[in-house]
Write a protein that binds this ligand. Structure first.
Ligand SMILES: Cc1ncc(COP(=O)(O)O)c(C=O)c1O
Length: 359
């Protein structure tokens, strides 16, 4: 069928499946994995990613807010879903009606869930151990959680956190945050409140600090094959991003301007051929690409009006959205993130050695 819009983001579901299996090997069979698919599955599609993770070893899924959880249920995802604390207490009934597990951060929220529940209501509590964002501050947590658990129907399903990953991954800083967390667990258990699920490690900690795995982990970005400079994964991870492809939908031959040359949206100092691809910021163009596109395996610089609007430089940056080509009518483009160049070269029927070398 003819695509309604000839721009496609290709996601590698096999890579996503291999990544969650790799995390399973890393953390072992006993620990629970909460696969984080917040922000629409990090942009790759929450329902698609959630389905792959759930059928390849994730015990549960983690989302940023209630709307994401409800969308997953509407898409037929039946796996346990933990909703991180970004929802209003008024939404308690909706959360429970969709079979989602809430995360509490204060007594008001706890009261709302206690009132909305018609039977036992399993809830997580988030502890702030270092990021200074949402979560009960670690030193107050045991007392607050004990008060929450006195409310009718509330049951503590587990504790979660989102520890701060400092640049450089200082082990002492990681240990300090872990210590703040485990102190809460110990104090709760000392008060007779068991903590069934102990979630602490997101990707940076799963990658670097096995002692933080406890009995459950909640990685996000590593499941999509995303690691940061300086990070080495103990297990192989592959990018779920495969390619962003489009087609040239218009071609123009440009000559240098005789008037207002300095006002031109981009410098035209010699005759050039310009091709337009139907993509923009809404497609994530600024984020994903490196200012170049491949046109039939040949590199072409790119620019866009959006890039100019966001650029601080008085001169436009050669950036996204429009591609300059010097070949005959091009059929297919692949945006030139390094991974993409490589994949495009590999998958091209007659791989272009120049395209390969650009990696
Ligand atoms: C509470 C919580 N846990 C885990 C994650 C996953 O983090 P990462 O993508 O670094 O693995 C997030 C993401 O923001 C989060 O908010």
């Amino acid at each position: 069928m003819l695509p309604l819009r000839p721009t496609t983001l290709e996601i590698d579901l096999d890579a996503a499946a291999a990544n969650i299996r790799a995390v399973r090997r890393l953390v072992g069979p006993q620990r629970k994995i909460y696969a984080v698919i917040k922000a629409d599955g990090y942009g790759y599609g929450a329902a698609e990613m959630g389905a792959v993770f759930a059928s390849n070893g994730a015990d549960a899924l983690g989302v940023a807010d209630l709307s994401e959880g409800v969308r997953l249920r509407r898409r037929g995802i039946t796996a346990p879903v933990l909703v991180y604390p970004n929802s209003l207490p008024e939404a308690a009934a909706t959360t429970l009606a969709h079979g989602l597990t809430p995360t509490l951060v204060d007594l008001d929220g706890a009261r709302a869930y206690s009132a909305a529940a018609s039977g036992p209501c399993e809830a997580f509590v988030k502890i702030d151990v270092g990021l200074e964002r949402l979560g009960v501050p670690a030193e107050e947590a045991a007392k607050t959680i004990a008060a929450m658990m006195e409310l009718p129907r509330l049951r503590l399903a587990g504790l979660c956190a989102h520890p701060h990953d400092s640049a450089g991954g200082d082990p002492a800083y990681a240990e300090w945050q872990l210590g703040r967390y485990t102190a809460v667990v110990d104090e709760l258990e000392g008060r007779g409140i068991p903590v069934p699920v102990r979630l602490f490690a997101a990707s940076p900690f799963v990658l670097k600090f096995p002692q933080t795995y406890l009995n459950a982990v909640d990685p996000g970005r590593m499941l999509y094959g995303i690691t940061f400079p300086g990070e080495t994964s103990p297990v192989p991870l592959s990018p779920t991003f495969r390619a962003l492809t489009s087609r040239v939908i218009a071609l123009k031959d440009l000559a240098p301007r005789e008037r207002f040359a300095d006002k031109a949206p981009f410098p035209v100092t010699a005759p050039m051929r310009l091709g337009v691809i139907p993509m923009g910021v809404a497609d994530g163009l600024n984020r994903l690409h490196a200012g170049r596109v491949l046109v039939r395996g040949r590199m072409a610089r790119s620019s866009s009006s959006a890039a100019r609007a966001t650029s601080r430089s008085p001169r436009p940056r050669w950036h996204s959205g429009t591609v300059w080509v010097s070949t005959t009518w091009p059929r297919r483009l692949a945006l030139a993130s390094p991974a993409c160049i490589f994949l495009a070269a590999l998958r091209s029927p007659s791989p272009n050695p120049n395209a390969r070398r650009t990696r």
